[in-house]
Design a protein around this ligand. Structure first.
Ligand code: KG4
Ligand code: ZN
Length: 409
């Protein structure tokens, strides 16, 4: 058995072409990636307009939109890559985590296609996909491999996780050393934006508007989360305090923003903003800015700054503790400009290589799924055709940490 699927295959293109399919949340995406390191195409059908009126993703609508989009999106990805179905060497699909009904659409399509073509099916964890978005782009841009072990911060609408990532032969190994105990960071961005009358998803709006406010106007304090780590293999006492350092909590800051809004009687102006923005068919950040007073802009800037500082502190504490060789920042929130600038400056000061995906590869896409699937194809780690959606799928080994809650000033 060869370790290179491209060489001995009597079928497919022998180019190592993987069709990736992603449908875990509100984006239907397909992409063709060559040997895990070169995007031939990446097509994303966003459902933002469908969910925006509800201020969040409606699972039933998401499934329906995926059903509607999956065939044209896959066709679009093949045609943009200038390949046909028979050129594919494998079909990769997101197995989880995500919305059950949404995942099922991609999985069912991928299974059927793999069966019909007689090609292997590869099941990919969405979070591993986000990590491979950065690795893919690093090899596309610089032709370089990221120094390992790496610490990956996966920070998106559904997740805030820290993973130690390393490679042994063709296989990647992950150790989950940090996570949120309540809301994900992106969720906090979305909820705070909604609270302030800004459109869904809120992250990009907060990002654009924060630049116009003062980040220190409203002091938001993240207190230490009480944590208890149960580690059998590494009983060092330092481990317990690190566990507390790598637990995130973002529901408290959302409540703190709400309290600020109530205390300063901002509801009436927020309602006016919400109605005014909803009536604008093509809303841009400069237009939204005109509907935000100084107090609101300061609140937005302070909120973003507090979240970014918190992510930064915990990420670098873990990086130092584990002595990692590089940092990978991925997921939708990795598109945030303050996060990118702040973490890049800190990494440079410490002489630690850091990499982010481009904004297009930071949010959900299928190129990252096809890229993450390549080592699995090489290792012939094929998925059976009876796989199903795994809404709560975890990535790698998880350290058991129990936590209390955090409070915020
Ligand atoms: O990775 P993603 O597309 O989907 C999930 O797997 O959750 O991430 C979407 C999240 C949303 O919460 C969105 O508000 C946030 O990423 N996001 C941002 C920015 N762009 C997207 N958050 C902060 N700043 C941004 N520029
Ligand atoms: Zn995602």
């Amino acid at each position: 058995m060869s370790s290179d699927p491209a060489a001995p295959s009597s079928e497919g293109s022998t180019r190592g072409l993987i069709l990736g399919i992603e449908s875990s949340c509100d984006e239907t995406a397909a992409a063709v990636v060559e040997r895990g390191c070169r995007q031939l195409s990446s097509v994303v059908a966003s459902q933002m307009a469908t969910h925006a009126p509800f201020g969040g993703v409606v699972p039933e609508l998401a499934s329906r939109e995926h059903l509607r989009n999956i065939v044209p999106v896959v066709r679009g990805a093949l045609s943009a890559a200038k390949v046909g179905f028979r050129d594919l060497d494998a079909v990769a699909v997101t197995e989880g985590p995500g919305l059950a009904g949404a995942l099922l659409v991609g999985i069912t399509y991928a299974k059927t296609l793999a069966f019909a073509l007689g090609r292997p099916l590869l099941a990919v964890n969405h979070l591993e996909g986000h990590i491979h978005a950065v690795l893919l782009q690093q090899s596309e841009r610089h032709g370089e491999r990221v120094p390992l072990p790496a610490l990956a911060l996966v920070v998106s609408g559904g997740h805030t996780h820290l993973y130690l990532a390393r490679q042994q032969g063709d296989t990647w190994h992950y150790r989950n050393i940090g996570r949120t105990v309540d809301d994900a960071a992106g969720e906090a961005f979305d909820k705070v934006a909604k609270l302030l009358g800004l459109p869904y998803p809120g992250g990009p709006w907060i990002d654009a508007l924060a630049a116009h406010g003062s980040p220190n106007a409203v002091p938001f304090a993240f207190s230490q989360i009480k944590a208890k780590a149960h580690r059998r293999q590494d009983p060092e006492s330092r481990q317990e305090s690190l566990a507390a350092e790598t637990l995130f909590s973002f529901s408290g800051i959302k409540t703190a923003v709400l309290r600020y809004v109530e205390k300063h009687a901002m509801h009436a102006s927020i309602d006016m903003r919400r109605q005014a923005l909803a009536a604008i068919s093509y809303l841009t950040a400069p237009v939204a800015l005109q509907f935000c007073d100084r107090q609101t802009l300061d609140l937005i800037a302070s909120f973003q700054h507090a979240v970014v500082e918190n992510l930064k502190r915990r990420t670098f504490a873990a990086a130092e503790h584990y002595g990692v060789a590089s940092l990978l920042i991925c997921g939708g929130v990795a598109a945030n400009s303050e996060l990118r600038a702040s973490l890049t400056a800190e990494a440079e000061a410490r002489g630690l290589p850091i990499a982010f995906p481009s904004p297009a590869l930071a949010t959900d896409n299928a190129a990252m799924i096809a890229a993450a699937a390549w080592p699995k194809l090489v290792a012939r780690d094929f998925a059976p055709l009876n796989i199903s959606a795994q809404p709560n799928l975890r990535l790698g080994v998880t350290e058991a940490v129990t936590a209390g809650t955090a409070s915020y000033g």
